[in-house]
Design a protein around this ligand. Structure first.
Ligand code: FPP
Length: 269
């Protein structure tokens, strides 16, 4: 950890670290434009940010980190040259990073419709995750060709298919738990904190079900400028928030409100 990181880290409460952090990496294009460089230069610079963020998260003991690397919409709406560049960058990252991931005891996983990615990318992905499979530390999940709505559609389809195999509609189980257990993230806790870089106030179809109660931290920093220190600053901000999950919180000033009927209570979610 560098000096700035240690300074912020010392202000954190190690007992209240988020168990799962999700990051929307945004601003690569703007970073490049400000430097009169092609957009892809921003993506290339973004890899250094990925490396720094992943290492810091693992070192301070964050159990799960999920990075939104590539959405289904990116795939359809960006020029082919940019998409191809991102695919090559990803393959290079996967190859180059296995050693660092292993040194930091990190397991690599993916969410998204993998089967729609080019076969060569799928092979690199499988190799990298297999190479880190026996690690026991942080779970790093890359969202690739990911869309939260598609994920929910896929979850409902697998529920319906399970019911069909099991004797029909009478066996269709639609509960929150059943839906959660059929999402791509079934083995992960819901994120406590979602970070978005470059100042945009949107979720952009990322983990819509799982982020129901997450704290949102938006920083103006563009993704290629983002480092471990910025992550720690986000965690510091998270630790200042009071999480209520729709309840009334810990503030003693609220205690009398418990008698207020729900229909009249101020919305606290
Ligand atoms: C958003 O910036 C970023 C992306 C669409 C791609 C993210 C990819 C990386 C950070 C590098 C590769 C990732 C891995 C995991 C190796 P934007 O292009 O939408 O920026 P803009 O909004 O400023 O145009």
């Amino acid at each position: 950890m560098n000096r700035k990181e240690s300074e912020v880290f010392l202000r954190l409460d190690p007992a209240r670290l988020p168990q799962h952090i999700a990051i929307i990496m945004d601003g690569n294009g703007r970073w490049a434009r400000r430097r009169h460089m092609p957009r892809v230069a921003g993506h290339r610079a973004g890899v250094t940010s990925v490396r720094s963020t992943v290492e810091t998260a693992a070192r301070i003991g964050i159990p799960a980190l999920t990075l939104y690397a590539f959405s289904e919409e990116n795939w359809r709406k960006r020029p082919k040259t940019e998409v191809d560049f991102l695919m090559r960058l990803l393959c290079r990252y996967l190859k180059a990073e296995i050693r660092t991931l292993n040194e930091n005891n990190i397991r690599l996983r993916y969410i998204g419709r993998k089967h729609e990615l080019p076969p060569v990318v799928q092979r690199e992905m499988a190799e990298a995750s297999e190479a880190t499979d026996s690690n026991t530390g942080m779970i790093l999940t890359l969202a690739l060709n990911y869309s939260a709505r598609s994920e929910i559609v896929d979850a409902f389809r697998s529920l319906a298919e399970a019911a069909a195999r099991n004797g029909g509609l009478d066996h269709l189980e639609v509960t929150e738990q059943a839906i959660s257990e059929n999402l791509y993230t079934r083995d992960l806790p819901d994120p406590d904190l979602v970070v978005r870089t470059s100042g945009e106030m949107r979720l952009s179809n990322f983990l819509l079900w799982q982020l129901a109660y997450a704290e949102i931290y938006v920083t103006q920093t563009l993704w290629p400028d983002f480092r471990g220190t910025h992550l720690l600053e986000g965690i510091e901000e998270y630790q200042k928030r009071e999480r209520r999950y729709g309840g009334l919180g810990q503030d003693p000033g609220h205690s009398h409100e418990h008698a207020v009927p729900m229909a009249h209570a101020e919305s606290k979610s």
